[in-house]
Write a protein that binds this ligand. Structure first.
Ligand SMILES: C[S@@+](CC[C@H](N)C(=O)[O-])C[C@H]1O[C@@H](n2cnc3c(N)ncnc32)[C@H](O)[C@@H]1O
Length: 267
């Protein structure tokens, strides 16, 4: 399925750009960056992106990579033609894991990461017919309704950016019936030793703070989550079917645990 050469195009939407956004079927919003997004952009600069691309080779074949690859392969092999969305695609570490995919949209806020994603790991194994890479925040985009068979997001939500009811509903809306949402968040309890009293106080008051205060908090802290908080968002979402598992990791300087969540948009 698909061609061996990948047509990769990079579309810059940091400034509102009606042309590229309408080509991608995305609504136009004003794309004003929140403080947290500015922080992510500064972190994922050109040097960081180059190192991250090098680390793709170290991660390739690791237990977590194999697990994510198997799940991506399983769900994309059910349909014959998939349209897939990678939220926070980074350097395209998982592009080669997709089967039967005619279209992949990778969104990332970091242009240096997307430039590395033009030459992703295992490029020769990629069978995707067309890949579009969009430089934008995953927040503030109006994703088209009922377009994607699968949306996945690894190492982004509940980590650099918050996992919220809003993003969950946006993903639900952009999935086709029976579409799959597969994502990870960091288990805050696996990092509890480093979690200060101040952070615990902030967690308590965060839900009742006005948006402006929440933005300030977002800019200063990580977005790791408890199982209960993640489950609560999923239970109150439009997804009727979901499963959360926990994976402990200790690889290449990162130790902790992720919750892996697979949700299905029931017909
Ligand atoms: C740890 S990397 C993971 C990259 C890729 N998903 C992977 O598993 O290799 C996190 C990525 O999320 C991106 N990111 C974080 N917050 C984002 C946001 N609000 N919008 C778009 N991209 C974001 C970063 O720029 C970075 O490329």
């Amino acid at each position: 399925m698909g061609r061996l050469t990948v047509e990769t195009s990079i579309l810059i939407a940091q400034e509102p750009c009606k042309v590229c956004q309408s080509r991608l079927g995305l609504g136009v919003s004003n794309m004003k960056l929140r403080p947290i997004e500015g922080k992510v952009k500064r972190l994922y600069n050109a040097d960081y992106a180059k190192n991250y691309r090098v680390s793709d080779s170290d991660e390739y074949g690791s237990p977590s990579f194999n697990e994510y690859r198997n799940i991506l392969q399983y769900y994309t092999s059910i349909n014959e033609t998939n349209q897939v969305l990678d939220l926070g695609c980074g350097t395209g570490r998982y592009f080669s894991c997709l089967e039967n995919t005619i279209y992949l949209l990778g969104i990332d806020i970091s242009l240096p990461m997307l430039l590395e994603a033009k030459k992703p790991i295992s490029k020769d194994k990629i069978t995707i017919t067309q890949i579009d890479l969009l430089c934008a925040s995953i927040f503030g985009l109006h994703l088209p309704s009922g377009k994607f068979d699968m949306v996945y997001s690894f190492g982004v939500l509940g980590e650099h950016s918050p996992f919220t009811s809003e993003i969950c509903e946006a993903v639900f809306n952009t999935l086709k019936a029976n579409g799959i949402f597969f994502f990870t968040v960091v288990d805050i309890d696996s990092k509890r030793i480093k979690r200060s009293l101040k952070r615990r106080m902030i967690d308590l008051i965060y839900p009742i703070c006005p948006a402006a205060i929440q933005n300030m908090i977002d800019a200063g802290i990580s977005h790791y989550m408890t199982f209960e908080k993640l489950e609560n968002i999923m239970v109150n979402s439009s997804f009727r079917e979901f499963d959360i598992t926990r994976r402990v990791e200790n690889s290449h300087g990162w130790s902790g645990a992720h919750f892996n969540c697979i949700a299905k948009k029931k017909e």
